[in-house]
Every structure is written in structure tokens, then in C-alpha cells.
Design a protein around this ligand. Structure first.
Ligand code: X2X
Length: 342
């Protein structure tokens, strides 16, 4: 009698120990959908896949993430990504601040022309009080932001001629991302900007429906833009877009504390690796990627600080107009962080 009673007790104790884990695992989805705009071999795509891989490793396979590049989860319409994420249509994302800025106006900060002069300036924002403020804000919008990655400085390319002064852009048909600030910037420069998704941009470049575009060097190389008539590339560093690693809030809440911390650690590691990749080969010390582009027959214009100033002057009004939308206090905090960067 006694031993049976003990055995039942022991069984109950075992069940109590084991069941919460079992229940949690049973609640987990078989697959979590991770959205990105770009896939491999761009740094963005590498970063997304690395996050998925590290999540699997660090959760012992409990969380299985599959990356869907090409904004496939929103039928290619990248400016709908943030809404889909909030609604739970997308579980996770490595998203660009540009694509989310139609819904989160403060994220337009990074698209203010000539706000960030160099990589240290980007770090001063993302690793400082501004980055924290933006994460706190995102946390009120049904997502859990975990880490900052990087798409990078957006350099302008075209099929027509070298761009050295704003006058060279006059009437040029340029594809821009679907965020209104970009229309303002390129209109101010005298170009003829047209908004379209990245999915539509590539055929438009190939057929000559548009003359040019702007994207980071890693995208230029990864998407082989030299083969889409892009024979001129100007390094003007006018804007850089960070990437944000996020999880939908409900999905996050469905995970155990241990798994949440594993996903966070995976995001931080994947993001740090991704930023390093995004910056590789495009600096004064190592310009191997620029050499590769030139090797493909593309003429690169490197603006002098003096030449850069004329583009800055032409877009100053856009900076001021959009400061009101972003929030003057946030812009001021960003300018201070950049001025004090190490
Ligand atoms: O569409 C673009 O230009 C891209 C790929 O850079 C973004 O998603 C912001």
C-alpha cells in the first residue's frame, strides 16, 4: 500500500516538474516566420539567416525560425511589413527603419539628409540614448525590439552620367523607397523620384523605366546592379538605414523566459556580426568591395567634403521640414549624440 502511495506521489511530483515545460513546448509553433526585404548574399539576408540559425542552436531546437526574404510575407510590399508584424501575420523581422517609418514616424530620423557623417555617428545613435528611446517607443507598438543591425549608407547610382553636383540629377528618373521623405529629398535635388518596392525596382532598372536608384554598397553588389544598367555610382553618404531585429509581442510572450533570453542573445550576436559584414570592403582601409564594383565596369565618384556640401545645402529644407515630423527633441538628442561621438 505504502509503496504504491509513494509511487503515485513521486509520479505527481515528476509530472509537476515536467508539465510546465511540456505545456510551453506544446504552445510553440512548428515554424516562426521571419521577414526580411533582402536575402543572401546581402549582409541583411546573411544577418537574418544567422539569427535563425543561432536561435535554433541556443534554444536546443525548441524555436524553429524560417526566413522569408523578398518581403514575401507581405507580397513584396515592404512598407506593410510593420503592420503585418503588429497583427501577427509576421512573427519576427529584421526590418529597415525606412520601411517602418510610414507607421513609426520617429524612424524617419535616420533618413534626414546628411544627419550621420560616418559609421561612428550611426553607432552614437543606435548604441546611445536615441536608440534606447526608439526601442522604448517600439515596445509600445506590439513588438519586442532586440538589436540594431545595418543596411548601410545609401549611395546613388544611375545609367546616365556621373553625379558630382545636384545639377547632374536634374530630371533624372530615380526609384526611391516608399517613404514620403525620400520623395521630398530627391525633388529638392531636382531629380524626378518615383516610389516603388524593391521587388518592382529591379525590373524597372533593367528595362530603363527608371534611370537610377539609391541603396547601400552591399545591396549594389548583392543584387548585381551593374548588370541592371547602373554604370555610375556616387559615394555621397547622405543617409544610412539601420535594421532592427524584432519579435511580435504575443509570440514573445508565448515563450519561456529561458527561450526569450536565448532569442535575445541570438539577435545581439547576429546583429553585431551583420553590422561588421555591412561595413566590410567600403572603408578607406579596406575598399575591396568598391574595387569589385569598378572591376564590373562601374565608374565610382567619391565626393569631396566640398562637393558634398552642395547636396547638403539643397536638402536642408527637407531636413527642417521632417524634423517637425520626427520630433524636434529627438532630432536634437541625435545631433548631440553625433557631435559627442567617440
Ligand atoms: O528597398 C530598398 O531600397 C531597400 C532594400 O534598401 C530597403 O528595404 C530599404
Amino acid at each position: 500500500m505504502m509503496s504504491r502511495f509513494k509511487a503515485v506521489l513521486a509520479g505527481l511530483a515528476m509530472a509537476a516538474l515536467v508539465l510546465p515545460g511540456v505545456a510551453a513546448a506544446a504552445d510553440y509553433k512548428a515554424e516562426y516566420k521571419l521577414s526580411t526585404v533582402l536575402g543572401k548574399p546581402t549582409p541583411w539576408g546573411i544577418g537574418g539567416e544567422r539569427w535563425a540559425e543561432l536561435v535554433k542552436e541556443k534554444t536546443g531546437g525548441r524555436i524553429n525560425v524560417k526566413m522569408y526574404p523578398g518581403s514575401a510575407l507581405v507580397n513584396g510590399d515592404q512598407t506593410k511589413e510593420f503592420t503585418a508584424l503588429r497583427q501577427g501575420v509576421i512573427d519576427m523581422a529584421v526590418g529597415s527603419t525606412i520601411n517602418w517609418s510610414p507607421q513609426v514616424k520617429e524612424l524617419n530620423l535616420f533618413a534626414l539628409p546628411f544627419l550621420m557623417p560616418d559609421h561612428k555617428a550611426i553607432d552614437a545613435l543606435t548604441k546611445g540614448p536615441v536608440g534606447k528611446q526608439l526601442f522604448d517607443l517600439l515596445a509600445t507598438k506590439d513588438v519586442v525590439p532586440l538589436a540594431w543591425g545595418e543596411n548601410g549608407f545609401r549611395e546613388v547610382s544611375n545609367s546616365k552620367r556621373p553625379i558630382v553636383t545636384p545639377a547632374d540629377m536634374k530630371g533624372m528618373k530615380l526609384r526611391v523607397v516608399g517613404s514620403p521623405l525620400f520623395l521630398d529629398t530627391f525633388t529638392a535635388l531636382g531629380a524626378n523620384p518615383t516610389q516603388m518596392s524593391w521587388a518592382d525596382a529591379q525590373p524597372a532598372l533593367s528595362t530603363g523605366a527608371v534611370d537610377g536608384q539609391e541603396n547601400p554598397i552591399g545591396v549594389f553588389v548583392g543584387a548585381k546592379l551593374h548588370s541592371l544598367e547602373q554604370k555610375h555610382l556616387t559615394l555621397w553618404g547622405y543617409v544610412a538605414d539601420p535594421l532592427i531585429f524584432v519579435v511580435n509581442q504575443q509570440v514573445w510572450n508565448s515563450w519561456s523566459k529561458e527561450d526569450q533570453e536565448a532569442v535575445r542573445a541570438a539577435a545581439l550576436q547576429a546583429a553585431a556580426e551583420e553590422v561588421a559584414i555591412a561595413r566590410k570592403g567600403i572603408t578607406a582601409e579596406d575598399d575591396s568591395l568598391l574595387k569589385e564594383i569598378e572591376g564590373n565596369g562601374v565608374a565610382i565618384v567619391r565626393l569631396t567634403p566640398e562637393q558634398q556640401k552642395s547636396f547638403q545645402a539643397a536638402t536642408r529644407g527637407v531636413y527642417e521640414k521632417w524634423t517637425k515630423t520626427v520630433g524636434p527633441d529627438l532630432v536634437k538628442a541625435a545631433e548631440e549624440s553625433i557631435a559627442n561621438r567617440k
